[in-house]
Design a binder for this molecule. Structure first.
Ligand SMILES: [Zn+2]
Length: 268
């Protein structure tokens, strides 16, 4: 293992956590920046420095900093330039097109809004979504949080064995089966609140089931590490190999409850 000396004279080893090669590491975002830049959460201040607004939990209280923080949440100890800017960036570029650009950039892609009386709910249905790219995009976010030592990702820690399993999936472009390490997306259609929110990662335990979540881009992303934790009524919303992505449209009255639950505080 090579030890490099940085500008502060401090020793550090530069092993990229994705390719496992010794390389200089770069500032890698944990939550992809398009999830807030696209929504106007990222604005330049008077000095031209980009700011984003992050809702944080401190001492169990919801804390929203209207001035924002600089340039997102990143970790400079996890990824080399190639793994961040080429390998993972390819998944992010694709996901950005699916979630925000629609068929303007993806001609094969279709989107419709479904009111499903049998499930008793409404959802956005995206068809012909590339299973490998989109699944690995979602997985890469929670993996980055798990391998990062940043406070921001604090409640997402899967352990070395699982981190290594997910690393192989990302590196080998192997998305496995839909229920394996799945992320379900829920649209929080309360723009006055949710479009201003990006949160840190949170571990949520209820009804003997564990999931990991964050809110960004007007959505709550819920990740299930163990497939036995996926509630039956969430299973229709698991991203399928046929490329059908369903984003559950959370009913208005449930959104505020969800936010209060998320922050464990009666905020709204
Ligand atoms: Zn690398």
């Amino acid at each position: 293992m090579v030890t490099f000396i940085n500008g502060n004279g401090k020793d550090y080893n530069m092993i990229c956590k994705l390719c496992l090669k010794e390389k200089p590491l770069i500032k890698a975002h944990i939550i992809p920046d398009f999830l807030y830049k696209n929504l106007g959460l990222y604005e330049a201040d008077s000095k031209g420095q980009g700011r984003i607004h992050v809702a944080r939990i401190q001492n169990n209280r919801f804390y929203y900093n209207p001035k924002g923080i600089s340039d997102g949440e990143y970790d400079q100890n996890i990824l080399c330039s190639n793994c961040d800017n080429v390998v993972l960036q390819a998944y992010e570029d694709y996901a950005k097109k699916v979630l925000f650009d629609g068929n303007y950039k993806l001609p094969e892609f279709q989107h419709e809004y479904i009111k499903d009386s049998s499930l008793g709910c409404e959802y956005g249905l995206f068809k012909n979504v590339d299973y490998t790219k989109f699944k690995l995009f979602l997985l890469s976010i929670f993996w980055r949080a798990s391998i990062s030592a940043r406070v921001f990702s604090g409640e997402v820690k899967f352990g070395e064995k699982i981190n290594e399993g997910i690393r192989k999936m990302l590196f080998d472009k192997d998305p496995k089966d839909p229920e394996d390490f799945c992320t379900i997306l829920y649209f929080l259609n309360e723009p006055d609140i949710t479009l201003k929110l990006m949160t840190n990662f949170k571990k949520i335990e209820n009804n003997n089931s564990t999931r990991y979540a964050f809110i960004a881009g007007g959505m709550i992303f819920k990740f299930f590490l163990n497939k036995n934790d996926i509630p039956e009524n969430h299973k229709p919303f698991i991203f399928s190999k046929s490329g059908e992505l369903k984003i559950f449209n959370m009913p208005k009255d449930k959104i505020r409850l969800t936010l209060n639950d998320f922050f464990e505080e009666k905020l709204f």
